[in-house]
Design a binder for this molecule. Structure first.
Ligand code: DSN
Length: 436
């Protein structure tokens, strides 16, 4: 497969400068081009986003904010950050944006720094139920310095809401513990989030409402998932998942006083110099997300997830909560084979060129390094042009490899078929090879 021409010339340049580094880059580039990326939090950026990150904006210190920097020479950095902020506000329909967080976890930490004092209580969904480590895991700063209380999923077996957010339980937990902050938004939750219901609960218990939309940001930006505004007091996100931008974080709000607190919490509270090359890439990605074709892409992401979930269900796998409304699903492997673990499945699938991650399912009896499930997402495959027929093919390959229990001849055959399909669906900016 031919790479995008700029990546090829960058590779040539690095090869002549540092062959050891070039080998790594070349191999990773080929890996991405020739495997199926099903990790729900990953995507393939456009060549413009990709190459904005390899520019001279990386050379500059720009501590502070546009018009109020601690270094000279920031004229064009101010313009880059203003462009990113303006586009972020337009994209999410809100009044204030901080585009400096280096990641989603940093954005969340900055919100904690701005709104909570050590020892304060906040409410969230536990990591093992689909939350995120920055939402109160014991070994994370959020769980060490603050006091998380977790609301459960709905566990009434046979109930239509099984394994979905139990809003009555959220209310019960919040009324009992009176958290200062109520968090919603998750890393492994396949259903629509009812932000209005969360706001009603937050108002009732006297909490501020925080929506971490890292996973669904692209869906939210295009109206394919309901917006957290005007319900959430603060919204955080990453920029590199469904939003298909560079790796990074973002904090959004409609409240001017809160916006000032978040700005101070990001810098100088949490971070020093912003990654200006990444901020320019964020601006470009937000520009792409404002275009109509981005909405068609997000709709296809969801249609593809539904097609994959349906096809896996037909092959005997249980999809937790009975399906998906967004870009991801959690697959309970035990209904296909009681002995199958997420750890084995991840390893076997990788050997066949299918990249995904083992993931605990709600109330998983197995430990996090083993698990009974896989988390699968469709943002990256949809970027390379896959539609429903290809998703059926993906389900068939997954099943063949798992039924083969890691048999190398099965994995090798599937891998050959996958490379062939990858060649027909090149990554953004790549071209179809003349001869494969
Ligand atoms: N680690 C990310 C994910 O894979 O969902 C969340 O930050």
């Amino acid at each position: 497969m031919a790479h995008d021409p700029i990546s090829d010339s960058v590779l040539d340049l690095i090869r002549s400068h540092d062959p050891d580094a070039a080998v790594i880059l070349e191999k990773e580039s080929d890996r991405q081009a020739n495997t199926l990326e099903l990790i729900a939090s990953e995507n393939h950026v456009s060549p413009a986003v990709m190459h904005a990150m390899g520019t001279c904006l990386t050379n500059k210190y720009a501590e502070g904010y546009p018009g109020a920097r601690y270094y000279g020479g920031c004229e064009f950095h101010d313009r880059a950050e203003d462009l990113a902020r303006d586009r972020a506000k337009k994209l999410f329909g809100c009044k204030f944006a901080n585009v400096q967080p280096h990641s989603g976890a940093q954005a969340n930490a900055a919100v904690f720094l701005a709104l909570l004092s050590p020892g304060d209580t906040f409410a969230s969904l536990e990591l093992s139920d689909g939350g995120h480590l920055s939402h109160g895991l014991k070994v994370n700063m959020s769980g060490k310095w603050f006091k998380p209380v977790h609301y459960p999923l709905h566990y009434g077996e046979g109930d239509a809401q099984f394994e979905q957010i139990d809003y009555d339980a959220v209310e019960r937990v919040c009324m009992e513990h009176k958290p200062k902050l109520l968090m919603c938004g998750y890393s492994a939750y396949p259903r629509v989030i009812d932000f209005a219901r969360f706001r009603a609960i937050a108002d009732k218990c006297g909490a501020l409402l925080m929506g971490d939309i890292a996973h669904i940001a692209g869906l939210v930006a295009t109206g394919v998932h309901p917006s957290p505004f005007p319900h959430c007091h603060v919204v955080t996100t990453t920029t590199h998942k469904t939003l298909r931008g560079p790796r990074g974080g973002l904090i959004l709000t409609d409240d001017e006083d809160l916006a000032k607190k978040f700005d101070r919490a990001v810098f100088p509270g949490m971070q020093g110099g912003p990654l200006m090359h990444v901020i320019l890439a964020k601006a470009i990605a937000f520009g792409e997300a404002l275009k109509p074709e981005f909405k068609s892409y997000q709709k296809q992401v969801v249609a593809n997830a539904r097609a994959l979930a349906k096809s896996l269900t037909e092959r005997g796998y249980r999809i937790t909560s009975g399906g998906t409304d967004n870009h991801l699903m959690l697959v309970d492997l035990r209904t296909r084979d009681a002995d199958l673990t997420g750890a084995d499945a991840e390893k076997w699938l990788e050997s066949a060129g299918i990249i995904c991650n083992k993931n605990g399912i709600p109330r998983d009896p197995r430990p996090p390094k083993v698990t009974s499930g896989l988390r699968l997402g469709t943002p990256a495959l949809t970027t390379r042009g896959f539609r429903e027929p290809e998703m059926v093919k993906v389900a068939e390959w997954i099943d063949r490899v798992l039924v083969g229990k890691g048999d190398q001849s099965v994995a090798s055959q599937v891998r050959r078929e996958i490379v062939e399909l990858c060649n027909a669906f090149p990554l953004p900016g790549h071209s179809i090879a003349q001869s494969v």
